[in-house]
Design a protein around this ligand. Sequence first.
Ligand SMILES: NC(=O)C1=CN([C@@H]2O[C@H](COP(=O)(O)OP(=O)(O)OC[C@H]3O[C@@H](n4cnc5c(N)ncnc54)[C@H](OP(=O)(O)O)[C@@H]3O)[C@@H](O)[C@H]2O)C=CC1
Ligand SMILES: CC(C)=CCC[C@@H](C)[C@H]1CC[C@H]2C3=CC=C4C[C@@H](O)CC[C@]4(C)[C@H]3CC[C@]12C
Length: 774
Amino acid sequence: KLRMYDYGDFLASMILLSLAFCLLLCVKGVLAPTSTDHGRSGNYLFDYYWGTELYPRICGIDIKVFTNCRFGLTVWALAVAVFALKSYELHGRVVDGMAVTAALQLLYLTKFFWWEAGYYRTIDIITDRAGFYICWGCLCFVPSFYTLVSLFMVRQPEPVGPAWTAALLGFGLASLAVNYWSDWQKQAARAADGQLNIWGRPARVIRAKYSLENGQERQSVLLASGFWAVSRHFHYIPELSLTLCWSAVCGTGCHIIPYMYFAFLSVLLFHRSFRDDKKCRDKYGKYWSEYCKLVPYKIKAAEIVETMYGILLEGVQHYLEHTYGAQAWAKIRELAECRHPTFETRRGYNEHLLMQLFEAASSLTGLTVDQLTFENGCFFVGYLAKYGYDKVLRVMGRHLRDFYHGIDNLHEHLRFSYPRIRPPTFIVADESPTGAERGMRILYKTRRPGFQHYARGQLYTIARVLYQLELDIGLVDSSQQGAYSLYVYELRFDNVAYSGEHSTAYRIIDPDSYVVPYRDFITLFPYYLALDRSLTRFANILGEAADGVHFGINFMLIRPFIDCCWMSQSEQPPIAYQPQFLKHRHNIFEIAAYNRTVSAGGKAQCAPPDRGQTGDKSEDTSLSRSDDSKLVRFKGQMIYMPTWDRLLYICSPRVKNTHEMALKNIYLNDLSLHDCSRDLTLAGDQQSEELFELLRQQQEQTRQMELSMRKLDRERKRADSLLFECLPKSVARKLRKGLDDPMTTIRCIAQPAQSSRLRNHTDLKVPLTLNQHS
Ligand SMILES: NC(=O)C1=CN([C@@H]2O[C@H](COP(=O)(O)OP(=O)(O)OC[C@H]3O[C@@H](n4cnc5c(N)ncnc54)[C@H](OP(=O)(O)O)[C@@H]3O)[C@@H](O)[C@H]2O)C=CC1
Ligand SMILES: CC(C)=CCC[C@@H](C)[C@H]1CC[C@H]2C3=CC=C4C[C@@H](O)CC[C@]4(C)[C@H]3CC[C@]12C
């Protein structure tokens, strides 16, 4: 007889021993701690529950490794095996349900031991002290509660049937594999320091810095690809589905016991996702926020397919069709599993589709993806003429350098036609007019990796077509910075238009002759901001310092994608790829104000409110940073004022229409008369109304068309079945495919012997007429 099945004695002894053991650990942590991480909270009960030491060792044995991994999980595995044997002892066989639950649990535990090193980095080991929660939990709770399903199954002689067995085993194994796979992806990313491919693409990682208690700086890789891009704790889903599979073998006969572990685990994992997030936020700070922006979901698997406008895909289609022919395009579409026969210019498509098409084209043409994307980049510049964009391109700048400086602004203008555009940033650095080094370097910063040669092709073609310059352009560097891919191009050309950084960039004003009265200034520019070198103080243009906090506290820089810092030549490496405010005076700056008060109250200025003066802190807190609908966005220019040694940001609020103005407490007379923001806002209103109406009409037409298509489809099916009912199958098939001459078919069916059923059928015309349609 299997004595261990009679668990009671064992558990009772374990409970008492563990309670005493936890007390011992509690005292040891205070009197004879092993590591520096120990201490008391001042509350005896809490100390007992939570523990007083993080990594206690007794006689050289690591207590948490022993309780969590060795004892708890070994007893769990043992219990599962013993219960299966007991079931055999009782019923003379192991029923399928018992076999499935035992197999899944034992495989799960084997997986754990295989992956054990990964467990040492989890909160159980790194954060939780060795107290009642962890130690009693692993010594008693795991052996008893985690094994309930198997215990319950011992007395179940009824098999679940082959279908359920196969389904639960199959789904359980798949869940186990996915759970392991996601744990593995994280471990592999760390082992390879982020230099690996995940799901066939270079892994997206964040290099998160953190400080140790002794102040030393360290870095970890946070993976944002594969399962770790779906959600931050996606692996909990397969963990739960596996548990459900090994519990569901007990059926649904109103039993609660077998599902108790599943319910407990759901709560535990949900809570754990918050605990782990907090741990990581405390550890990595802004890097964790960056990761959360990339992967916004905690557990829920959300479809986070990034989209791109159809115009880019249209460009690819036309390029491939134009270069390789319509048949090749059809083949490429098939290889890339692209279900769209054509693309709508302004519709959003899965952004991976573009690279899939290039990969397919590469396999068909033998050219590399880099070559193809370069060629397509070249082609696309000409293709834009179809939409009239060539006209804009032609007036972008007198010289090539002006064009390159203005690319970001061009993208900004496109926002009117493509409001959801996510353009990259192009930063011009290291310009020189003459000598061997003539030309410039351009930093291309994008959220879409893989487009480096596409952009290179565009830069090249712009020079050739618009400025008749033969450009020597090479990709000299690439790296990953958080969510962004960074590429550096070296462009060699006669950059005659460049005549030194200072001459065009800084307009030196004689302060005595050009003093503008403050009131006039704010009438002209009601929204402005003056920033000093540290960006931590704001001042109005009279120079009355308003002590503020860092720019980043009240404002969020939306465009360009640069760090919030003032450029200081001496501090920068020779090639200043670190983009800063001063370097970007050529770009449109877009910022969002977190605090609603900055725009409230008529002629508000963009400088942050003086907290001391307003005394209204509730305003601050009432608006969470993520409450985008209330964030006030500004768009404008950064001008360096050498006489004040300040950067002056002159801007206007960016509002789409009057509805948004009302929402954000902005009035038309707040906007300057000389800039075009009023007109655009009002135009936005009209346009949106018109567009809305057009869109509504189009939707209605699409709906009607879909209905008709469905009706047609039904009619076709009916006709087909009639056809096959009336005629011999071989004839019907021919007619259906339209292979035969209808006269031959008529002759054929007119022979009375061919179809006796046909003789009874009077409506001969139907199939013949329908054949024309099909
Ligand atoms: N059956 C059960 O009772 C339970 C089972 N589990 C299972 O145990 C396994 C471990 O889960 P869990 O303990 O929650 O720990 P995780 O595997 O989720 O690891 C969390 C830690 O991984 C690091 N990390 C977080 N995000 C990333 C990222 N994107 N890239 C790289 N590293 C990251 C952080 O640690 P760092 O400080 O190193 O950056 C974080 O604290 C899972 O398979 C889970 O399903 C978990 C809980 C209960
Ligand atoms: C109510 C009470 C006392 C709770 C017990 C808490 C602990 C016993 C559990 C908390 C987290 C659990 C585990 C985390 C991760 C694991 C990896 C997995 O692959 C195997 C199981 C386990 C080690 C699991 C074990 C129990 C906990 C430590």
